[in-house]
Design a protein around this ligand. Sequence first.
Ligand code: ATR
Length: 513
Amino acid sequence: MAKNCLCLTGKTIKQNVDLLNKYRNYADLAELRVDCLDGDERLYIRRFPELAGVPVILTVRRDVDGGYFSSGEGARLKLLANGLAYANADSRFNFAYVDIEEDFNAPSLEEAARTFGTRIIRSCHDLNGIIDDISTKIKSMKRAGDEIVKVAVSVKSTHDVLNVFRASNTFIKQDKILICMGHYGIYSRILAERFGSFLTYSSALSENVIPGAPGQMDVRELSELYHFKRITKDTKIYGVIGNPLKASISPWFFNTIFNLENADCVYSPFPVTDINDFLDLAKGLNIQGLSITVPYKETVLPYIDEKSAIVQSIGACNTMYRKGDVWYGDNTDYAGFTASLLNFLGRKDLKRRKITIIGAGGVSRAVAAEIFKMGGKALILNRTVHKASNIASRYNFRWGGLDNHGIDLMSKFNDIIIQTTSVGMEGYDEGDPLETYEFSGKESVMDLIYTPAQTPFLKRAAAAGCKTLNGYDMVIRQACLQYANFFDREIPKTHLSQIYSLGANGWDRIASG
Ligand code: ATR
């Protein structure tokens, strides 16, 4: 099974020991990045394996390979030799591995390492891209039978990741480390076992230390959220595709449920640049189900064999799942929104209800369609007025701008207000889309944003006495419908109530402890 290697990039030996002690439960082994240590601290590396109490990799990474060592090869050789010197008969007191780059030639050092059971990791790093023929590279790098070849490449596309995955399949029996560095390779780290990698590197990112390499994940997140150590060749893989893949609640939601169910499943983020390449990869990884976000909800349509009625009618898909070789497509966004709104209002439809929709983007389009279907009448207000009119005219709704005239129009559409813009969202624009609107207190107000749990807009509404709801319930409902597609069953109520009790920030809390 792939191991979780905590990359230690602290400035002092003590800092690294403290980090290791804090995260020991998650790490199978550690890598001492000597290049990150302060100068004097490098004198004491020989004692580190004894202090660590887990197998340790000795690494002095050069700046040209993405590390911080720039003092020349002579000095580097000396450091490596110091680390491996005075080998102890008890191998726990020696470095278990030493990372030596493919162009580093020190036969006597290698011989000494082998004699005392230190395994050589023969590494190569491509910081600018991806090596053309990775299979040939792996084959050519290995100098002796017991070496572990490590190839770390910078992936810039799904095609690059696919190339690495294909290469991993050509050397199934060989211990090797394959790392796709960067944003598009994040799932090669979570699914290291399926990429045939001997280990994956993680960092204590919440501890204010420098990450060992671009794209390394937090050690606790990898263990607690993705249950890295449980992932085997048989684990069923699910995930979310998008580009750029914004912070999504789905990995937290699904992995939390899988954990509560003790299911042998994992749900990964898949930042994707090309659907065709990704679906090739999905086949290779035997991915069972996918959530689809921007910008692929329409792009995936040609790849779906069986579309649900809603996908056929609206031409957008947010859920793909596989039965054998057949891909099914569904869209749970609409039903998730409708169920959430009706439950909030305690109604079965929206007949005789007058509604204001704020915003006229993709989400607003879906909201307008559902309101129309449920018999409601709406006014759409948007910063860019013609976008509001485009949607409104389809359903014989009214429209206006986010201005005084729009606010005047609202007096006849104020039973329910639905806020669909990104204004108020954490990390985007923490303002209020309709600052001058004064709530009477009688409106029912739904804001589709769920981070923060209360936008300034929703806060104002609640303060005025309005009934309010954020978007958390809606995303959970649409995710529950995805789950039902994936597994042909409903989520047990007890598990769902835990998801609700954790609330919109539960995923944050889990990730940050
Ligand atoms: P989504 O798919 O989430 O709906 P979108 O299609 O990009 O995303 O739409 C974003 C919505 O938020 C639009 O209604 C946008 O208004 P414009 O059509 O005028 O761009 C609205 N929006 C984004 N930033 C805004 C801001 N600072 N003030 C007011 N409206 C804003």
